[in-house]
Structures are given as structure tokens and as C-alpha cells.
Design a protein around this ligand. Structure first.
Ligand code: PBG
Length: 330
């Protein structure tokens, strides 16, 4: 039999393969999450996330300069809040001289073109390690929204370009949008964690910030009353549509690699930009395998990030951003 159609023709060599390539990866696709702590000239390694550090603001600024040089134009920042500043309402989150607000000012001062996206959530500020205020043993949705709005205005005043609420309370995008408008921050965008699942893949992140829900019989022991159930898919579209209606500028799906079916489904349904978070546990798995010699680190990083983009991501939050940018240069 004569075979006329041969798909292998277009795989013959790298030149033809690159000509027919459907997805390309670039450092401009990346958002680098960074952890910040108090102090000066201080940097602490995070054991479960090889290559990732908590840094004092001076070193954070230096890192932002390096990232910008590599073509990474956005950072997402998280604070390690000292215990004595934590309370139930997360009051420190809107302190105009808090670690978050100082970090934003210093980055914007040193690298004005860098897009700074502070994480807007109460968990690193909460004595209970929850993204919401606890009232009578429950996560208080509407009280939390008011707190998130205060935090959003405070980080906007400090110079944030985009606020990134990662809490999953109902209606918070609308409440935050309204507060930003009322305070004149018309150009500050909202990247909402729209479909965020209750996932075991956040473990390394919570140890980096000491922000896991605390063991206490009077509070929920996990985040399942607000983050989504991983058995569900249609619900993700419902969550995304609500955030779009409420005024989100960019929507996020999180985690990344085990959830690419959700990314593809949302991509087919909306035209807003989609961010995907390649979370701490995904990074930790890859690093652990690479350290054991079981996976080729560099190839696995480029492949996984490309696959996230292929599924429909416009931008990827990834701890491998710097490493990947260096690999793409070489
Ligand atoms: C908390 C927040 C979490 C992450 C980003 N923001 C953890 C959580 O929801 O418990 C996880 C990021 C990661 O694992 O890389 N608001």
C-alpha cells in the first residue's frame, strides 16, 4: 500500500519542526513569585523549594533588577509576617508602612517598569492561617471582603500595578474594584484567582511563609469551605464567569499541571487573559526528581512550562521563571 499522508515529513529536522511549531515559550510569559522578610542583607533558603529564598527588601530589589534584565517583567510578592503582627482580622495587611507596602515602594523605585502584583490575602497575616476572618468558628465571607478591599487600596497607594486576590471569598472582586475606584486607583488592575482549588500542592509554599491553617478545634482545619473541590470542573467555569462579571482584568487557574483540563476549558470560554500558577508542590516534585537524577531538570522545566502555555495560558506564575529565562537565552 502507498502511504500518501506522512506526518513525519514535518518532523524531519529542527528547522522544519520550528517552522510548524504551534506554541512558543518566552521569558515575557513569566511572573516570578518572590518571598520577602524583614531585615537587611538577609536571605534564607526554603528547603522544600531548592533555589528559592526568602529575602530582605534590599536583596529583593536586587533580584528584581536581575529578573528584569532577563526579560521577566512581573513579580508576585508574598510576605513572611512576624508572629507578633498577626491577628484574626489581618490588620497588618493594610499598614501603610508594613513589609508589603515598603517592598512595593522599593521595587517600583528601583525598577519602575516592573509590574508588581502583591498577593492580596489574609493568611500570612492571620493567627489562624486562614484567608478569611474567623467568626464563631466560620470563615466570615463579607467581613473578609472588606479587609481585602482595605488591603487592596493600601497596596495600590504603595504603587502596586495589579492586585492579586488569592482568597476565593464570594464577591470580593466587585468589592475590591469598587474600593479601588472610590479611591482613585482606576488603573490598578485585578488579577483574580478565579478557579483556585483546595490542593495538597501548596504545602511547600505554606512552610515558606509559616501560613498553614493552625491546629485548633475551634477553626476549620483546611480551606475547603472556600477553595474549590478538586473533583469539579464545571464549577470552575462558574467561578471564572462571576469574576469576569465583577470586573477582573485577568483570571487565574491554580494549581497548574494537574489542572490543564480546566485551563483548556476556560480558554475555550473566555477572551480575557488567563494566568496559570505552576505552584510550589509542582516545583518541589520536579526539583526532587532532578536532584535524584531521575529527571533532566532543564528539559523538564521547559517542557512543563510549554505545556501550560499550550493548554491556553497567557502567563505563567512559576518559581522556575529565572531558571527558564536563562535556559531560553542559551
Ligand atoms: C494563599 C496563597 C497560597 C498560595 C498562593 N497564595 C496558599 C494557600 O492557598 O494556602 C500557594 C502558592 C503555591 O503553592 O505556590 N492566599
Amino acid at each position: 500500500m502507498i502511504i500518501y499522508s506522512r506526518n513525519r515529513r514535518l518532523r524531519t529536522n529542527e528547522s522544519i519542526r520550528s517552522l510548524v511549531r504551534e506554541t512558543t515559550l518566552s521569558s515575557q510569559d513569566f511572573v516570578m513569585p518572590l518571598f520577602v522578610m524583614e531585615g537587611e542583607n538577609k536571605q534564607e533558603a526554603i528547603p522544600s523549594m531548592p533555589g528559592i529564598y526568602r529575602r530582605s527588601i534590599d536583596l529583593l530589589v536586587k533580584e528584581c533588577k536581575d529578573l528584569y534584565q532577563l526579560g521577566i517583567k512581573a513579580v508576585n510578592i508574598y510576605m513572611k509576617v512576624p508572629d507578633h503582627l498577626k491577628d484574626n482580622a489581618g490588620t497588618e495587611a493594610w499598614n501603610k508602612d508594613g513589609l508589603m507596602q515598603r517592598s512595593i515602594r522599593e521595587i517600583k523605585n528601583a525598577v519602575p517598569e516592573m509590574i508588581v502584583m502583591p498577593d492580596v490575602a489574609l493568611d500570612p497575616y492571620s493567627i489562624y492561617g486562614h484567608d478569611g476572618i474567623v467568626t464563631n468558628g466560620q470563615i466570615d465571607n463579607d467581613a473578609t471582603n472588606e479587609a481585602l478591599a482595605k488591603m487592596s487600596v493600601s497596596v495600590a497607594e504603595a504603587g502596586a500595578d495589579i492586585v492579586a486576590p488569592s482568597d476565593m471569598m464570594d464577591g470580593r472582586v466587585a468589592v475590591i474594584r469598587q474600593a479601588l475606584e472610590e479611591n482613585g486607583h482606576h488603573h490598578v488592575g485585578i488579577l483574580s484567582y478565579a478557579a483556585k482549588y483546595a490542593s495538597s500542592f501548596y504545602g511547600p509554599f505554606r512552610s515558606a511563609l509559616d501560613s498553614a491553617p493552625k491546629e485548633n478545634i475551634n477553626i476549620p482545619k483546611d480551606k475547603k469551605t472556600y477553595q474549590m473541590d478538586f473533583h469539579n470542573s464545571r464549577e470552575a467555569l462558574n467561578e471564572v464567569m462571576k469574576d469576569v462579571e465583577e470586573g477582573a482584568d485577568i483570571i487565574m487557574i491554580k494549581p497548574g499541571l494537574p489542572y490543564l483540563d480546566i485551563v483548556a476549558k476556560v480558554r475555550a470560554s473566555i477572551d480575557l487573559p488567563i494566568a496559570v500558577y505552576n505552584v510550589s508542590g509542582e516545583y518541589a516534585m520536579l526539583k526532587a526528581a532532578a536532584q535524584n537524577g531521575w529527571l533532566d531538570n532543564d528539559k523538564a522545566i521547559i517542557e512543563s512550562l510549554t505545556c501550560i502555555k499550550r493548554a491556553g495560558a497567557d502567563m505563567i506564575f512559576t518559581y522556575a521563571a529565572k531558571e527558564a529565562a536563562l535556559l531560553l537565552q542559551s
